[in-house]
Write a protein of this length. Structure first.
Length: 535
């Protein structure tokens, strides 16, 4: 039996479709595979479909339900002054409600702003680029939407002005005196994003010489995420490529838009909220205990403005990397789940705290209709796992698999909602939620194959170089662990609050973690608790 994620099942079905295999589901737990005449599927494809049968059936059943919800004529809308307003979800409410995470938002000025800035060299046709940007903006309603507060709720309104969107064009070839302020122009400092009632997407093209330009795109996280950034750049490049070659733009029609997703999520929350709430209440009656790492330096309460981000890069040894991937196949799960289990086991071993809570980022794109949409789908979710003193690493993996399944299945009322309901007035997560863990595979992008945009720019004889990239200055939590699978290497970008932990402590912690990781994945039946790692 497999324990693949929604995204992996979507990728598998997409691969089957491209390989000429049509997968259908009728009833009685039966899948039907129809292979196009004359095609021979890849050797492992049929085996993977069989291995993931239960997950595919479960996904298709959910897809049918979600499709009916997406297609429903019921919408959480408000009609006012001849306009339709669509109720937002908790993801957007986080950004729109200035009281949520107020201290961090006030001290981290770039929080929520997404800046995509590129230096372009080559014979760029600015008129065609402007047309390409206009095409993408017109295609995605999220890029021409605004947010509004009506009563005590927030709503999205799609601005219906049919005037073609025009990026701002600035020619500095004869204005050398303005070059001193180039960085500010490129970063669109003079174009603040206004969360309530204002524009949340700006674009600017700056010409510096005959074959040197800067392209700047500024968005807010309330309508954008990392997956969306890939879609935006991929479609801009594709449209420009088509226009330059006088070909029609043949992008897949967006059957649904961001506003439809908001309505779907809100309907799902209303329909399943009580059932999901009851599940979490049965599972966890109390909050996790305080998570205290032994030997941490610089004790005492710090203000958010003091929590400066520092980072370390750790390359996981090839032996451990290969064993992580081997275990992911052995347990029919993902490398991320194995790494989660090892991290939680390490924390358990280090602190003797058996109830471990971590945060992670989920894409929010479980439905096929969201795959090509620009919007704010990604969010932080909590994963909670409780260990026993006699647990082996094998036990830990199965428990973490279950924790991740719960995260995906019970989200109309999430674990985060449940924990919030148990917090006392004035209480926050700080004592027991200290770690976020992320995983990315740089061999491919989220949406693109990682090579198509680069191929098109090379075909156009243009070079794109990212510049003026915003860097995170403050860290909202004690630790953020970013595992990256890159060019046959497994890297860990370990980010930490330097006001709480000094360099020597972090270096020692990383070495302890690496040693413990090697220990537990080498003996999956061994006990999680060891005297060596706990010292």
């Amino acid at each position: 039996m497999s324990n693949s994620s929604h995204s992996e099942i979507i990728d598998l079905l997409d691969r089957a479709n491209r390989g000429g295999i049509k997968v259908t589901y009728g009833n009685a737990e039966q899948l039907s595979l129809k292979i196009a005449h004359g095609l021979t599927p890849a050797g492992d494809l049929i085996d993977k479909l069989k291995l993931n049968k239960k997950e595919i059936i479960r996904y298709l059943e959910q897809f049918q339900l979600q499709h009916s919800l997406f297609s429903s004529q019921e919408t959480d809308t408000l009609s006012k002054d001849g306009n339709l307003y669509y109720e937002t979800t908790p993801i957007q409410d986080y950004w729109l409600n200035h009281l949520k995470d107020k201290e961090y938002k006030e001290n981290e000025s770039t929080h929520g702003n997404i800046l995509l800035t590129y230096e372009v060299r080559g014979a760029l046709d600015m008129a065609l680029l402007s047309k390409s940007i206009s095409t993408v903006v017109h295609r995605h309603e999220s890029l021409h939407s605004t947010f509004h507060q009506i009563g005590n709720r927030f709503y999205l309104k799609v601005e219906q002005d049919l005037t073609p969107y025009e990026p701002e064009v600035i020619d500095l070839r004869e204005k050398k005196n303005l070059l001193a302020g180039l960085e500010g122009l490129a970063k669109l400092d003079d174009r603040p994003l206004v969360l309530l009632g204002g524009a949340l997407f700006f674009s600017r093209i700056i010409q510096l010489s005959a074959e040197r330009y800067i392209i700047s795109l500024k968005l807010h996280h309330v309508i954008d995420d990392t997956w969306s950034d890939e879609i935006l750049m991929s479609e801009l490049t594709y449209c420009y490529h088509c226009f330059q070659r006088h070909k029609p733009v043949e992008l897949k029609t967006l059957s649904f838009q961001f506003k439809d997703y908001l309505s779907f999520v809100n309907r799902d929350r209303k329909q399943n909220r009580l059932k999901h709430k009851a599940y979490w209440e049965r599972l966890y009656q109390t909050l996790p205990g305080p998570l205290i790492l032994p030997g941490a330096v610089r004790p005492g309460k710090r203000l958010q403005k003091d929590r400066l981000l520092e980072s370390r890069i750790l390359e996981i040894t090839p032996e451990i990397r290969d064993q992580v991937h081997h275990l992911s196949r052995h347990f029919s799960t993902t490398a991320f789940v194995i790494l989660q289990a090892a991290l939680k086991a390490f924390i358990f071993n280090k602190t003797r705290q058996h109830d471990i809570l971590i945060g992670t980022i989920i894409s929010g794109r479980d439905h096929l209709e969201t795959q090509g949409q620009i919007g704010s789908y990604a969010s932080t979710a909590l994963i909670r796992t409780v260990f026993d003193h006699a647990d082996s690493f094998s036990d830990a993996v199965f428990k973490v698999i279950k924790s991740n399944q719960d995260l995906a299945e019970y989200k109309a009322y999430s674990l985060t909602d449940h924990i919030n309901s148990m917090l006392l007035p004035g209480q926050n997560y700080d004592s027991f939620w200290k770690i976020n863990v992320l995983y990315s595979d740089k061999k491919t992008g989220f949406y693109t194959d990682g090579n198509e945009t680069e191929r098109l720019t090379q075909d156009l004889n243009l070079s794109f170089k990212p510049i003026y990239q915003e860097t995170q200055r403050l860290i909202p939590i004690d630790f953020i662990l970013r595992f990256v699978n890159f060019k046959d290497k497994l890297l860990l970008n370990f980010q930490y609050d330097s006001s709480t932990y000094d360099d020597a402590y972090v270096d020692g912690l990383l070495q302890d973690y690496h040693d413990y990781l090697h220990l537990v994945i080498s003996d999956v039946n061994g006990c999680l608790l060891t005297d060596a790692a706990a010292s």
